[in-house]
Design a protein around this ligand. Structure first.
Ligand SMILES: Cc1ncc(COP(=O)(O)O)c(C=O)c1O
Length: 396
């Protein structure tokens, strides 16, 4: 295979820094590099590998679908697309679905939908209030909705119509709402922004404010959804329902997919308003149908909940023995370890050298999001590795 990093450096556009590892195969929670080293994968394709790597059931569904029908135009009906759509609607609070190929694309669809709704129903209103440190994708409009200025500043004037407020601050949201507001858009727990968990009542208050003002609530469940939070959707734990929700990442267990879901009253797209060549194609939706079925038939969601609690306890326990471990936060199997100094990069490197893949989401926060099928022994092994890295860093 030669030296992959140099081959890539010669031809690729560099858009981000890669870890110095070339992964060649996986099984369950484990992946192997091209030198034969194995790692516990607590990044899981950024919360996408719901059932772990090389799941035999998912592999079989993909292979069978590939032998049957990979792709046809959305000018035709296909069976896998309607089957996944029906399952999503049955097992969410939403009434209608549009399929896309990624999280950013699902959010683009949600933003278009909310703007059209506002223009039609709120006297031309098209502004969307989103949150600082939120993350909604890398297309021009989703970076305009993303609360990290560095992601949009190099690219000229951003799509207008976005207003930012602090996350977990209902008063700020109220102050920012005007006659121009069409919707509020946020994550139930901010993932990329640092695994930021809001007050338990935050979403309820946001929902109540949106109802009082007659504006839509868009929940981006791209990272928190599909069982990652310990329930199928994170909004269930807040006791509310969104008007629009987006899903992607874990929805098809690693096969690219995205979905915009909406309540009937917010579902204002008409023929010609939106579309996608690949969105909802038979391969991706057959995979999504299999993954969602596995979550619904029992076992995987329960495991995510139990292993999430185990991970929470083990990470919290590090505080007793390590001055560098200053707290843990998160939901289900989306968790962050807070460090007392900006050493997240050192922890990530040390963990990798010892066979654990994790990533930093802030200079002082390391994120853990293994497949939902992770075992009890694997959680213990991962935290033991982190503990040995902290020992070394603290002895310097
Ligand atoms: C909450 C959230 N929304 C949107 C996205 C964008 O998804 P994608 O990378 O599939 O475009 C991400 C990706 O990390 C995300 O975490």
């Amino acid at each position: 295979m030669g030296d992959i990093p140099s081959r890539e450096a010669a031809i690729h556009m560099t858009t981000g820094r890669r870890m110095p590892v070339t992964l060649v195969r996986g099984e369950g929670t484990r992946v192997w590099d091209d030198d034969g080293n194995s790692y516990l994968d607590f990044i899981a394709g950024i919360a996408s590998d719901t059932l772990g790597h090389a799941d035999p059931g998912l592999a079989e569904v993909i292979a069978t679908q590939a032998r049957t029908l990979i792709h046809v135009s959305n000018v035709f009906y296909t069976v896998p697309q309607i089957e996944l759509g029906e399952l999503l609607i049955k097992h969410s609070a939403l009434d209608r679905v549009f399929f896309a190929n990624s999280g950013a694309e699902a959010n683009e669809g949600a933003i278009k939908l909310a703007r059209k709704w506002g223009i039609q129903n709120r006297d031309g209103a098209y502004e969307i209030i989103s949150t600082h440190n939120g993350f909604h994708g890398r297309t021009l409009t989703t970076v305009a909705a993303t609360g990290t200025p560095a992601y949009r500043e190099p690219f000229g004037p951003p799509t207008p119509g976005f207003v930012f407020v602090d996350y977990d601050d209902v008063a700020a949201l109220k102050a920012a709402t005007t006659a121009r507001t069409a919707a509020v858009m946020l994550e139930p727990v901010q993932g990329e922004g640092g695994v930021n968990v809001p007050d338990p009542d935050y979403l309820m208050h946001v929902r109540a404010w949106c109802d009082e003002q007659g504006i839509l609530l868009i929940l981006d469940e791209i990272q928190t959804g599909m069982g990652r939070s310990g329930t199928l959707w994170a909004y269930e734990q807040a006791g509310i329902e969104p008007d629009i929700m987006t899903s992607a990442k874990g929805l098809a267990g690693g096969v690219p997919i995205g979905a915009v879901l909406a309540k009937e009253h917010a579902s204002v797209f008409q023929p010609g308003d939106h579309g996608s060549t690949f969105g909802g194609n038979p391969l991706a939706t057959a995979a999504g149908h299999h993954v969602l079925t596995r979550l619904l038939e029992g076992g995987v969601l329960e495991n995510a909940k139990a292993r999430g609690e185990q991970l929470r306890q083990r990470l919290a326990g590090l505080e007793d023995r390590h001055s560098l471990a200053t707290g843990e936060r998160g939901i289900g199997l989306l968790r962050g370890l807070e460090l007392g100094a900006d050493v997240a990069g050192d922890v990530v490197t040390g963990a990798r050298e010892r066979g654990l893949l994790v990533n930093p989401v802030r200079p002082s926060v390391v994120r853990f999001m293994p497949p939902l099928t992770v075992t009890e022994a694997e959680i213990d092994e991962a935290v033991d590795i982190v503990e040995s890295v902290l020992d070394e860093l603290e002895s310097r």
